[in-house]
Design a protein around this ligand. Structure first.
Ligand SMILES: [Zn+2]
Length: 192
């Protein structure tokens, strides 16, 4: 079981492999969408790790905390994700884990847009979903970009799971995926 620092170094190694691939593809005339997709996917894959399911501060979250304000906001943003997913549960399932973080990021963007545009600037409800919707629309309209991004991101996550010594195929125990399903019940109990 690797620690955060080891995972981060492995991610940098994956980035070096991806960068080498990009240089090779550049020489062979790959479209610019591939470059953009790989760069975006590799950046997210390096910073947003499957260990964001940990309630405490992860290695990359500690690194991101060096960015004033934004670092703290990123950690606050991922806190509910950590509450909902048991460590090494949903977040650590092949492909599904990556997908869960993709959807969560879009959802988080909606919330932040609502807070900034709707609640703070009173811009109105129409603008609430714009950022997430525009990103989603861009991804749908640019499948080459999207596929490249997802491949680079997935490669990072798979390297992480490999280092974690992930469970074998067909061994997903769903009770282990959402063990914090009791979380709302606990809240109700406290409330009553
Ligand atoms: Zn892990």
């Amino acid at each position: 079981m690797a620690d955060g620092h080891t995972h981060f170094r492995a991610s940098i190694a994956v980035d070096v492999i991806l960068a080498s691939g990009l240089i090779w593809m550049g020489k062979n005339g790959a479209p610019v969408e591939v470059f953009n997709g790989v760069v975006v996917g590799a950046t997210i894959g390096t910073l947003v790790t499957p260990d964001f399911d940990l309630v405490g501060t992860t290695y990359t979250e500690a690194l991101l905390r060096n960015i004033p304000i934004l670092g703290v906001l990123i950690q606050i943003t991922w806190y509910p994700y950590a509450l909902l997913s048991k460590h090494r549960g949903l977040s650590h399932i092949h492909i599904l884990g990556t997908l869960s973080r993709l959807l969560y990021m879009l959802f988080a963007m909606m919330i932040w847009t609502w807070i900034i545009n709707g609640a703070l600037l009173s811009v109105g409800i129409d603008s609430v979903y714009h950022v997430a919707a525009r990103i989603a629309q861009y991804c749908i309209n640019n499948p080459t970009f999207t596929l490249s991004m997802l491949l680079a991101w997935t490669l990072h996550d798979e390297a992480h799971l490999l280092l974690d010594g992930k469970r074998k195929k067909g061994k997903i125990a769903w009770a282990q995926v959402f063990p914090r399903a009791s979380f709302p019940k606990k809240l109700i109990k406290i409330g009553t």
